[in-house]
Design a protein around this ligand. Structure first.
Ligand code: GLU
Length: 450
């Protein structure tokens, strides 16, 4: 065993012993650790400084009660979290997720990934994440408002424009950010840089709504270019139908691909004419409806309810974009995609592919763009929103979009170069992990043992 292998294995044992019950967190840690062995062999000073063991321990975790009153007058209680994982390269930055599956493991996996993702954007932002097990589905606007106001009443103690800047994630979009911004302002006065993903009338950035979806497509464009390919005439499937999926589909269509399927947790839609983005937006952004209703507008399309042996990954396509949620794509799904001739997979969601699925893609020569690189466009434009807020200015859509394009291209090039340098050419998982890690490690090293 090399010194790097021994070090990484021993830290992983400690992480398992202390966090054994946090399956998602361990999965995210394992993926990163496997990639970093050659880095420690090359830079043993990071072993001496015990960078890894410090990095996997969050700087701070806050867990809090969120009481609120529902429309029937009944008192409800949810659990809120904020994980402030690493401030090595900037203030904590990362979204808030409202979903019944949220627990400490989920928030820690997301916060851990965010450190590397944010580093890859080239922007000065550290890693954080938060959320609650609150389920916005089926709740009235007033219930969502009462919940988010209560959530922010506690969260505001820990955040600030130069301290920790939350944004959206699953279940947290423009509506929730608006209510949270209002409550923060009521308690602390106006500070426009305290949240990103804000509405355009009160300090939001143009192109932030589109950024994650557009970004994953810009990243995939680079992956295809490396294979001598482009989007023209390609078919694609995009799982999910939320913010990331909608704008990924829109950009794919703009660049000449045809998206034939998308989904929500109840099942998937197949539309051989290409998914109609306007219908999707109306259903999901305005009506907050289920995706099955798409077929009422497009009777030629089919809806298939989700089941264990028939999901969106069985649809034949050249390209696949998992844009729904963690672990939505396992090794059997990956094999189905490979059998159907998929050539590239880019992750719009966070950790949608299991470790086994990633192995299947790599073994089959499929170009694979891991989440922390491919979906970094959202947080990258959040950092651009922070910059505009600090400068008391607002850039045009085209300006932000072209910055986003260049950031995604740089992330691809940096990840591909790191993979090459550390003997894993073409492996963007290894490349992204190493490129993201090196900046954080150097910053930690320079700042002493803290
Ligand atoms: N939730 C998004 C992510 O996973 C965006 C975070 C942000 O804009 O701060 O990166």
């Amino acid at each position: 065993m090399t010194r790097g292998q021994e070090y990484v294995a021993s830290v992983f044992e400690k992480v398992k012993a202390q966090n054994g019950h946090e399956a998602e967190f361990l999965q995210a840690v394992e993926e990163v650790f496997d990639s970093l062995i050659p880095v420690f062999d090359k830079y043993p000073k990071y072993i001496d400084e015990n960078i890894l063991e410090r990095l996997v321990e969050p700087e701070r975790i806050v867990s809090f009660r969120v009481p609120w009153v529902d429309d029937k007058g009944q008192v409800q209680v949810n659990r809120g979290f904020r994980v402030q994982f690493s401030s090595a390269i900037g203030p904590y930055k990362g979204g808030l997720r409202f979903h019944p599956s949220v627990n400490q493991s989920i928030i820690k996996f997301l916060g851990f990934e965010q450190i590397f993702k944010n580093s890859l954007t080239g922007q000065p932002i550290g890693g954080g994440k938060g959320g609650s097990n609150f389920d916005p589905k089926g709740k009235s606007d007033l219930e969502v408002m009462r919940f988010t106001q209560s959530f922010m009443t506690e969260l505001q103690k820990y955040i600030g424009p130069d301290v920790d800047v939350p944004a959206g994630d699953i279940g947290v979009g423009g509506r929730e950010i608006g209510y949270m911004f209002g409550q923060y302002k009521r308690l602390n006065g106006y500070e426009n840089g305290v949240l990103t993903g804000k509405g355009l009338t009160y300090g939001g950035s143009l192109a932030r709504t589109e950024a994650t979806g557009y970004g994953v497509v810009y990243f995939a464009e680079q992956m295809l270019k490396a294979r001598g390919e482009n989007f023209a005439g390609k078919t694609a499937i995009v799982s999910g139908s939320g913010n990331v999926a909608i704008y990924a589909i829109q950009k794919l269509h703009e660049l000449g691909a045809k998206v034939v399927a998308c989904s929500d947790s109840s099942g998937y839609i197949y539309d051989e004419n290409g998914i109609n983005v306007e219908t999707l937006k109306q259903l999901k952004e305005v009506e907050r409806a289920r995706i099955v209703q798409y077929i009422e507008h497009h009777p030629n399309a089919h809806f298939t309810p989700s089941s264990s042996d028939n999901n969106i990954w069985t649809v034949k396509a050249d390209l696949a974009f998992p844009c729904a949620t963690q672990n939505e794509l396992n090794d059997a799904d990956a094999r189905a995609l490979v059998r159907n001739g998929v050539i590239a997979v880019a992750e719009g969601a966070n950790m949608p592919s299991t470790l086994e699925a990633i192995d299947v893609f790599h073994a089959a020569g499929v170009s694979f763009g891991p989440a922390k690189a491919a979906n970094a466009g959202g947080v990258a434009v959040s950092a651009l929103e922070m910059a505009q807020n600090s400068g008391r200015t607002a850039w045009t859509f085209e300006e932000v979009d072209s910055k986003l394009y260049n950031i995604m291209k740089d992330i691809y090039e940096n990840a591909a170069a790191a993979a090459e340098e550390f003997d894993a050419p073409g492996n963007l998982v290894v490349g992204a992990n190493i490129a993201g890690f090196l900046k954080v490690a150097e910053a930690m090293s320079a700042q002493g043992v803290i």
